[in-house]
Write a protein that binds this ligand. Structure first.
Ligand SMILES: Nc1ncnc2c1ncn2[C@@H]1O[C@H](COP(=O)(O)OP(=O)(O)O)[C@@H](O)[C@H]1O
Ligand SMILES: [Mg+2]
Length: 284
């Protein structure tokens, strides 16, 4: 087994320092090149905060984030991040938006022709080469999100961090974007961490799904991990995937019940009852 590209080892975060209320604690995650790890969990569980820590945008209160075996200290040119909002600048063209930031100080120094080639390749990869002279107001939501993905890929990232990137898209566009992401990860092999509310998206794209949640006030942690077997053609084993989905929903409901003290009793379930999918289920 190769070493992970991205590793969080016992990472904790409390806004306001160690005296503050913990958002999450003791989080351990590893993502290898070409892998997709999805993070699911109730709203407010700390998923976006975790992504910011893994991106080097927010220092952890304790624990260690490593990239290629080295401690991550702040933002790193090998890490690209995209959010639900594609964050495009309306006065820049598609091409300029995809190139935005490539020449920033913390980025790898590249000549102008090299940058142009990278942006051209990235727009090609997301199917937008023909639209490079358009401006954001002329783009559909799906196209705008493709530009955001191209901006990530132009950096040739070792790590791709995505925070509900397709959450605002309609179902058909979202399916297209999921196929595109799968293709990009297979071809360029970034270590990819995807935060999503869409369980089917997680089941379709992930090698592993981790559930972030925990007792309110104590900080969330990784409550469970599901492993999807890449060799099992996902479409061919709908049964196993369906059973895993049922298990995910049950655990998510359990966690959400903990998170929201006033949650409806129908969201609670018997915690003694375990649901096991042979060969696909690993303890957290
Ligand atoms: N910059 C911040 N300062 C203080 N508290 C924050 C900040 N960002 C998020 N929080 C709090 O941290 C918790 C987790 O938020 P977040 O990471 O956005 O969760 P999720 O993405 O899972 O919905 C929430 O209680 C939220 O209010
Ligand atoms: Mg969030």
């Amino acid at each position: 087994m190769t070493a992970p590209v991205l590793r969080a080892n016992g990472v904790a975060l409390a806004y306001g320092g160690s005296a503050g209320r913990p958002v999450f604690a003791e989080v351990c995650v590893e993502v290898h090149a070409g892998e997709v790890v999805s993070v699911i969990g109730p709203s407010g569980a700390g998923k976006s905060s975790l992504l910011r820590v893994l991106a080097g945008l927010q220092p952890a209160t304790s624990g260690l984030v490593e990239m290629n075996g080295r401690p991550l200290r702040g933002v790193d040119p090998g890490i690209a991040v995209a959010f639900q909002d594609p964050c495009l600048l309306p006065w820049l063209s598609v091409e300029q938006n995809a190139a935005f930031g490539l020449d920033f100080r913390r980025q790898v120094a590249r000549s102008r022709p090299k940058r142009r080639a990278l942006v051209g390749g990235a727009l090609e990869a997301v199917g937008l080469a023909h639209a490079r002279h358009l401006y954001p107001p002329q783009l559909s939501g799906g196209m705008a999100q493709r530009v955001a993905l191209a901006r990530c890929m132009a950096r040739q990232p070792k790590v791709l961090l995505l925070d509900e990137p397709f959450g605002a898209l309609d179902e058909v566009t979202r399916a297209d974007m999921q196929a595109l992401l799968r293709d990009i990860v297979a071809r360029h092999r970034p270590a990819t961490l995807l935060i999503t509310h869409d369980l089917d998206e997680a089941l379709l794209l992930s090698d592993r799904i981790v559930l972030l949640g925990g007792q309110a006030g104590e900080g969330a942690t990784i409550a469970h991990t599901w492993r999807l077997d890449r060799t099992m053609a996902r479409d061919a084993d709908l049964d196993a995937v369906g059973r895993m989905r049922v298990d995910i929903v049950r655990r998510l409901r359990q966690i959400s019940g903990r998170h929201r003290p006033n949650a409806s009793p129908s969201l609670q379930f018997d915690t003694d009852e375990e649901f096991h999918v042979p060969g696909t289920d690993v303890a957290a």
